[in-house]
Design a protein around this ligand. Sequence first.
Ligand SMILES: [Fe+2]
Length: 186
Amino acid sequence: MDGLHPLIQFLRQINLKQDEENILNQVSLLVKKFITQPDSWFDDRFYQVDEEQGFGSHLVYENPDHTLAVIVTSWPMGRETPPHDHDTWAVIGCVKGVEKNTLWDRHDDKSDPNYAEISPGIVHICTPGDLITMRKNDIHSVINPESGVSVSLHIYGKHFNHTNRHQFDPIKNTVKPFIVRQEVVA
Ligand SMILES: [Fe+2]
């Protein structure tokens, strides 16, 4: 996507081997700049959603080793992801509409890979121009609580279909892999 080419060029200059907090700070500055000027890159195709999956995931860029994934995600009203982690850092910038992001607190000792006890914690209402940063093991769920499709720009340390990320069932206390179907933006 031509409009995001400058962002990708800036992102590629960041040292991905440095401390996670430093990376998050640098990526956040860049993402903030682009989400507050969406006219320079936004394309209506980003509104498309995969109805069966419940959201749209548009891959704009990733390095050949799947690091530094740039993904635009779209959410129809009322659809919600399960609680999940990414197994990598993430910067989420809201561009259109509203996303309700719930962070989940984990209470078990993580000794069983198939079991987790989690409960809902802090809620962020993300509106255009807002940023959310997530660390490697943070767990969140996302819902668009309003009418219309919401769209957000996500940068991940590694494409989440190539990490060991998980989805969590807070009722059954189960943990499973979480793979997303994706459209590649030409
Ligand atoms: Fe997520």
